[in-house]
Design a protein around this ligand. Structure first.
Ligand code: PEP
Ligand code: MG
Length: 316
């Protein structure tokens, strides 16, 4: 019986009509790596690199980062690995970071990397080298606008120029985390530079509602599954589709069974979640039919309140 459960966990995730759906793994530490395959995930949809090295006093150099990423890429190959650039700041502070009055609105994610290229260059070197051997996707956190991608591209060229001649032919696929309202509204401008988009609903909820994601006393003001978020997500999906861009979602919402029919109807291409959550999402997915989901989304987009949305989602 245990074998049957494990075999089922490993089979592809499909909806009620048999359409396959991609469920990747969120990984933050090497210790989590064995869970990826155990729960049937193939690719890594989000490697939170800032947490990978959190136990160290100083950041590892390019060679050390390359070795660590390589260990993970080898375990996952031939499936792709999505390496998110360092997302320090806010709730993930480095020792030497200056105090800020408002860290969540401060120097975090790609801003910090562009302001302090010495933080980012070793990581870009490691990624450039790794991309010659493995299927690597490079994911940029906390992007707001296309100028940041232009600056990043210059830094990447600088990093790749250090590779031996003839060894920088393959570029990683490039994607952005959509986790600020500005990023949502700038998808059209960024799309021509991108291969994929990954929606970070933890931060997108925080910034859409201006409510601290880590403060439990604010939880009633922090509403991931709510009319405003559903409209924002539907907009992201429709713009991504218009540009032929692959769009996935990697925040906590990816493991919320209630959100799944709506995401499916929006045409989301895949989810990335904690591997232990895959069996649950897979079993919910198996009962969902796309027409039914589309009807639900149409109704959801017309709701006025979170409570009204909740009662519609409970009716499925
Ligand atoms: C998110 O913001 O939804 C996300 C996946 O990134 P993190 O939780 O690491 O900020
Ligand atoms: Mg985030």
């Amino acid at each position: 019986r245990q074998q049957a459960i494990e075999a089922d966990a490993l089979s592809p995730a499909t909806d009620a009509d048999g359409n396959e759906f991609s469920i990747g793994a969120n990984v933050s530490t090497l210790a989590e790596l064995p869970q990826v395959a155990r729960y049937g995930c193939r690719e890594i949809g989000l490697l939170r690199t800032e947490l990978l090295f959190m136990d160290r006093l100083t950041l590892p150099n390019a060679q050390e980062q390359y070795q660590t990423y390589r260990t993970i890429a080898e375990a996952i190959a031939p499936h792709p690995m999505t390496i998110r650039l360092f997302d320090f700041g806010a709730d993930k502070m480095l020792e030497e970071m200056p105090d800020e009055a408002n860290p969540a609105l401060g120097h975090r994610g790609i801003r910090l990397g562009l302001e302090q290229p010495q933080l980012l260059l070793p990581q870009l070197k490691a990624i450039a080298r790794l991309s010659q051997e493995f299927d690597i996707k490079m994911l940029v956190p906390m992007v707001n606008q296309v100028e940041e991608l232009h600056q990043l591209s210059e830094l990447y060229q600088q990093a790749a120029a250090d590779l031996p001649p003839g060894e920088h032919t393959r570029q990683p696929k490039l994607g952005v985390m959509v986790e600020t309202p500005a990023a949502v509204m700038n998808i059209d401008a960024m799309a021509p530079l991108l291969d994929f988009i990954s929606i970070g609903t933890n931060d997108l909820t925080q910034y859409l509602y201006a409510a601290d994601r880590n403060d439990p006393t604010l939880s009633k003001w922090y509403r991931p599954v709510s009319p405003a978020m559903i409209r924002a997500l539907a907009y992201c999906c429709s713009r991504a589709k218009a540009h032929g861009l692959n769009i996935t979602l990697c925040g906590e919402m990816a493991s919320d069974p209630k959100a799944l029919p709506l995401l499916l109807a929006m045409g989301i291409d895949g989810l990335s979640l904690a591997p232990t959550q895959r069996p649950l999402i897979k079993s919910v997915l198996a009962r969902l039919n796309i027409n039914q989901c589309q009807q639900l989304l149409n109704r959801a987009l017309k709701t006025q309140t979170t409570r009204e949305l909740g009662s519609i989602l409970n009716s499925l």
